[in-house]
Design a protein around this ligand. Sequence first.
Ligand code: UTP
Length: 267
Amino acid sequence: MPVRVAVIPAAGLGTRFLPATKVVPKELLPVFDTPSLQHTVDEALGAGIDHIVLVSNRAKPAIETFAEKASGGARITVVYQDAPRGLGHAVECAREQVGDASFAVMLPDELMGDSTHLRDLIADHDATGTATIGLKRVPRNEVSAYGCITPQGVPDATGRVGIRDVVEKPNAVDAPSDLVIIGRYVFGRDVFGHLANLKPAAGGELQLSDAIGNMARTGKVNGVLISCSRHDTGTPLGMLTASIDAALRRKDVSTQLRSWLERRLTS
Ligand code: UTP
């Protein structure tokens, strides 16, 4: 059955963007002139999603306003996470809205160039029936910022690889590989059983990566390497570079921006 539902967790505190997030949720900060959450919604629509479940927090009413006014024609339902108890818990909060169908999970602080990667994950899930997780290869000294997988062998020519286990934010020396999870997932309803059994990890959060690790150890989980461009907008620097990149692609401002950057960098 085609995947039609996407869960977008947006209930976090956004502490890395303080003081901006005292007044604006991180997910609504603009990438150039468009809220980053709108980019996620557009990516979902481009992959055939027609119902988005936004997991929010009652201290972020602007997320509800976004849900009412978002462009593109998606049906958006807002559900609430009582406190930011981790990504695994946030996804669990969407259980009732998701129902029995397979669904995507999309972290809005990952900006993909287009819908290609999500479409690839959905196609893999459709073909195999397994949970399918987006991956990328990073330099070893960057793995500690991510969930890192133990692969079953090397990725094939299409970037597909089985996942044997997952460890959250390992030290570079202990990391099982240089393949990390990048915030796009497709799950069947069985993930909710694993989420319900999660125990708090170090820091007290219920981690989605622990649920994926449990699924991988007891069944089958696939990974697919991303082939399109991507920005991590979860940090102010990542958001700035994503904005510059977006503006450089825009015909109406790119010439002016390019010449300002050239002057700025040589003065
Ligand atoms: P992050 O960990 O990047 O977001 O979670 P954060 O916690 O808001 O950021 P910092 O670390 O304080 O700066 C990735 C996504 O998951 C959501 C966040 O809103 C973000 O979109 N999230 C995270 C939840 O919805 N609930 C949680 O308990 C944790």
